[in-house]
Structures are given as C-alpha cells and as structure tokens.
Write a protein that binds this ligand. Structure first.
Ligand SMILES: Nc1ncnc2c1ncn2[C@@H]1O[C@H](COP(=O)(O)OP(=O)(O)OP(=O)(O)O)[C@@H](O)[C@H]1O
Ligand SMILES: [Mg+2]
Length: 303
C-alpha cells in the first residue's frame, strides 16, 4: 500500500472513528467503512461518486433539498480521506473580504501592510494549507463572493490587494453544498462557476432508510411512532396542499418530542411543533396545517 491509500490508513489508525473501532472496519469496502464510521444510512451511489470526485482532485458540488443529508455526506467523505476541512456558511450578507481575509487596522497603523497584519480568511487558509474549503449553501453567497472563487478553483491562485498572489498548496479543493434554485433565498451560480464543479445530486431516501435514520438519531422510540412520523413527512412532500414538504430532520424532531408527550394526540402535537417552521402550505390551500395534519393522521390510521 502506498500513496493516498497509505495516508488514509495512517489517518484512521491515528484517530478514533466515531462509531466503530478501526479494527472492525478495515476489511470493509471504503463506502461501507464511511457508512459505519459516520453513521450514514444508505447513500452508496452518492458516497461512491463523491469519493471519486475528491480523489480525482476535482471540486465537488452536492445539491439537494433542505435536510436531505448534504452536510452529512460531505463531512463524512472529507473525514474518511483524512482531509483537513475549513468550513464557511454562505448567506447573502457574506463579503469578499470575509472569504479572503482582511488587514487588522491596529497592526497596519503600527507596521504598515505587512504579512503579519493580514488576517487570513477561510479561502486563503485552505489554499495555503492544501485543505478542503467546505462551503455550505454556495448559491446564497452574493455573486461578488462567488467570483472570488473562479481563479482559485481552476488556476489555483488569488491576487489580493497589498498581499499579492496567494497560491494553492496541493490538496486544496472546494466542496460546496446548495439547495436547488426553486428554494427560497437561493440564487443561481454563474455558468463559469458551475463549470468548475463536478455535480452530485441528493434526492430523498426511501422510507426504510428514513426510518433507520430516525431510529439512529431520535433515541429509543417505538417502531410504530417512527413509522408514522416518517410517513407524515413523506406525505408533506407529495400532498397537493403543500408547496414545500419536510425532510427527515422533521421526522427526527417529531419522534424526539412525541416520546416526551403523553395522550392520544401526542404525535399530532409533536407534528405541529416540528412542521410549522419547515413546511409551507400552498396559497390556495384554504386550510390550516393543524387540519391537514389531522387528515393525514386519520388516513394513516386507516391504512
Ligand atoms: N443518509 C443519512 N444517514 C444518517 N443520517 C442522515 C442521513 N441523511 C440525513 N441524515 C440526518 O438528517 C439530518 C439532516 O442532514 P444534513 O444536515 O446533512 O442535511 P443537509 O442536506 O445538509 O440540510 P440543509 O439543506 O439544511 O443544510 C441530520 O440530522 C443528519 O444526521
Ligand atoms: Mg447542510
């Protein structure tokens, strides 16, 4: 064994994986191992592709609806490769200098524009250290910030005022996540920026897999409760009264809350608490979330 593979082995032997001891996972395929070590349910195809993109030294864009598992998959692959990761969370008020860095005014007054007075932003840190820059919600970043990435991604350099040229060390890669454009508060990526990423799409998982995720995360819970909570969130994605449905994150919350309530309507109350902030009814729905949920629960009971 040599090259990157050897480095992965060394990394794993130096760290204690989150779920299973190294000795129990070493005979497994890399994908099985990622699942085991990071508690990931399913996602074989997406993990395989994401791993191949990163190993091919390309930049990766993971796209999918809210709560589908983008951050989970991204971080697991980076950790599996033993890659240092620097994280940035995108929003529409993010600025170029937050990403690249800035000069400390007090130090500039004393010493002038010296390298020591420059506070490195995440992209400069990642480039100089050959790390993975993990950008959550890339398409929520203003276009001016997205433009900073263009030369960094393909020519592997940046030119910054008073700093000069910043070159990327080997290993520098960008791993970004985003929601599809139809979601609120998301924008488009420029053609030029898209052209620098390889794309892996994440869709909602099967009911079986979603139940397994809830069981793993919501703590000890009744199988019937898990089944109903997952059925409710899945229904919000296809029900005609909903414009926006909920992810497995809502089912995890619902089960964790319902377990702590009692009474015949525990699940309905937990569902209202977990869904009010996460779903949207259509403008012409002419009903309330409470009413729709009661109908959905009734229908489930009859099944
Ligand atoms: N395949 C999976 N295996 C285990 N847990 C999962 C899986 N998919 C999602 N989850 C869990 O569901 C929740 C949401 O996942 P995550 O935060 O990765 O989604 P996301 O797509 O990044 O969401 P957002 O769009 O809000 O950033 C987390 O609690 C995560 O642990
Ligand atoms: Mg995320």
């Amino acid at each position: 064994m040599n090259g990157p593979e050897r480095r992965i082995e060394e990394f794993l032997s130096l760290t204690s994986p989150a779920r299973a001891p190294y000795k129990h996972t070493r005979h497994m395929s890399p994908i099985r191992r990622i699942q085991q070590e990071h508690g990931i349910v399913g996602r074989e195809a997406e993990l395989t592709l994401a791993l191949a993109v990163l190993q091919a030294d390309r930049h990766l864009l993971l796209e999918g609806p809210v709560g589908v598992g983008k951050t989970t998959v991204a971080l697991a692959v980076c950790r599996h490769l033993g890659r240092p990761t620097i994280r940035v969370d995108g929003d529409d008020r993010y600025t170029e200098s937050k990403l690249t860095g800035w000069f400390d005014p007090a130090l500039v007054l004393k010493q002038g524009y010296q390298p020591a007075a420059f506070v490195e932003g995440p992209i400069v840190q990642a480039m100089r250290r050959g790390a993975v820059l993990f950008i959550n919600e890339l398409n929520r970043m203003p276009e001016s910030v997205q433009n900073v990435l263009l030369p960094a991604l393909d020519e592997r350099f940046l030119i910054l005022p008073q700093v000069g040229e910043v070159r990327a060390a080997p290993g520098f890669q960008v791993l970004a996540t985003q929601n599809p454009v139809e979601y609120v508060a998301t924008g488009h990526l420029s053609e030029a920026l898209k052209d620098r990423f390889e794309h892996v799409a994440l869709a909602y998982q099967s009911a079986d897999e979603e139940r397994a995720i809830v069981v793993a995360q919501a703590g000890e819970a009744d199988a019937g409760l898990v089944r109903e909570a997952v059925a409710i969130v899945r229904e919000t994605r296809v029900h005609p009264k909903f414009r926006k449905g909920a992810s497995v994150r809502a089912a995890i919350a619902m089960v964790a809350i319902a377990r702590r309530l009692s009474g015949p309507d525990a699940l309905r109350r937990a569902a209202v608490a977990a869904l009010t902030t996460r779903v949207e009814l259509r403008d012409d729905a002419e009903t309330s979330l409470d009413t729709v949920l009661a109908e959905i629960l009734d229908a489930l009971k009859k099944k």
